[in-house]
Design a protein around this ligand. Structure first.
Ligand SMILES: [Fe+2]
Length: 297
């Protein structure tokens, strides 16, 4: 073993005694790559439209009919262990959801943007006491620019997402430093839920949809919640960026087992939805199209 490998082994062993230190070093390495190579790529994105004007978020409301359709989808899905399956009975709901998403998402991320996944995200007040409570600390999702859509089909607003929008869509180095020092604390096992200047509350109530760039500093808040919050989530990003991030930066972005889904072929006629479908991730199976990555994790 040469000197370099030996030194590496000693450092790894020392760090294994302190997982928080190891996690914070890994976070720092990831943060630097995101703030350099990925940021260079992202500086070419348009960041226009309502999401750009709001500095990374947008809210709209849905009709009761659409909410009813999503609730039925959830009930149907709860009875089966298969991936989320969107049937022809959900077509009108998807028409409403995507017709209001279409332009804002493209204006912000460009024409190449694709849908990465759809999944249900259900959380009770008690979850804040478990490992899931990690996201109640200030953070970004550490994947660079990526849009997440939170469609609330049952919620009373007591589990908001709190955000601090930056002054510019490509955040300044000052904002990045602020984000870094706030987030590194959670990797060091130190809680950082303190109220900050310029906080905005995205209150998830039944019928609301919030679109959020998860590169914006945010945290979940649900300690005072007594009711379970039901969300349907959609994720959008640029496939080119997934290529750029392969290896060291691979992380919670793209199509994974947790957000892969299937849809009935009739939805391919829905232009506002189908334009976000990536052919490379589509696999026909009878009347349905399975949307997944071959190497999904
Ligand atoms: Fe997050």
């Amino acid at each position: 073993m040469n000197k370099r490998n030996k030194a590496k082994e000693i450092i790894t062993r020392l760090l294994s005694f302190s997982p928080p230190l190891l996690h914070s070093l890994r976070f720092t390495r990831r943060f630097i790559w995101l703030a350099t190579a990925v940021r260079r790529y992202e500086s070419r994105l348009p960041f226009k439209g309502i999401i750009g004007e709001n500095r990374g978020f947008y809210r709209y409301d849905l009709s009761n009919k659409t909410i009813y359709s999503i609730k039925s989808l959830y009930k149907k899905q709860a009875k089966t262990p298969t991936a989320l399956t969107i049937g022809p009975e959900n077509i009108d709901a998807f028409q409403e959801i995507f017709s209001k998403l279409e332009n804002p998402v493209i204006d912000y991320l460009g024409k190449e943007v694709k849908l990465d996944g759809i999944n249900f995200f259900i959380r009770s007040g008690l979850d804040s006491l478990t490992q899931k409570g990690f996201s109640t600390n200030w953070h970004t999702d550490n994947v660079g620019v990526r849009l997440k859509v939170f469609l609330c089909f049952d919620g009373d607003g007591t589990q908001p997402t709190i955000i601090i929008p930056p002054k510019k869509n490509i955040p300044s180095l000052q904002y990045l430093a602020y984000v870094y020092f706030l987030e590194v604390l959670r990797w060091l096992n130190i809680q950082n839920k303190i109220p900050l200047k310029n906080e905005l509350f995205l209150n998830h109530r039944t019928g609301t949809v919030f679109v959020l760039d998860t590169n914006v500093l945010h945290r979940g808040s649900w300690v005072n919640s007594t009711e379970t919050r039901h969300l349907l989530q959609f994720e959008f990003s640029n496939p080119d960026k997934h290529e750029l991030m392969k290896g060291i930066l691979e992380g919670p972005i793209g199509t994974k087992n947790t957000n892969s889904f299937s849809f009935h072929k009739s939805l391919s006629k829905l232009n506002c939805f189908y334009k976000f479908i990536d052919n490379k991730r589509s696999y026909k199976q009878g009347l349905y199209i399975n949307y997944r990555n071959n190497d999904s994790k």
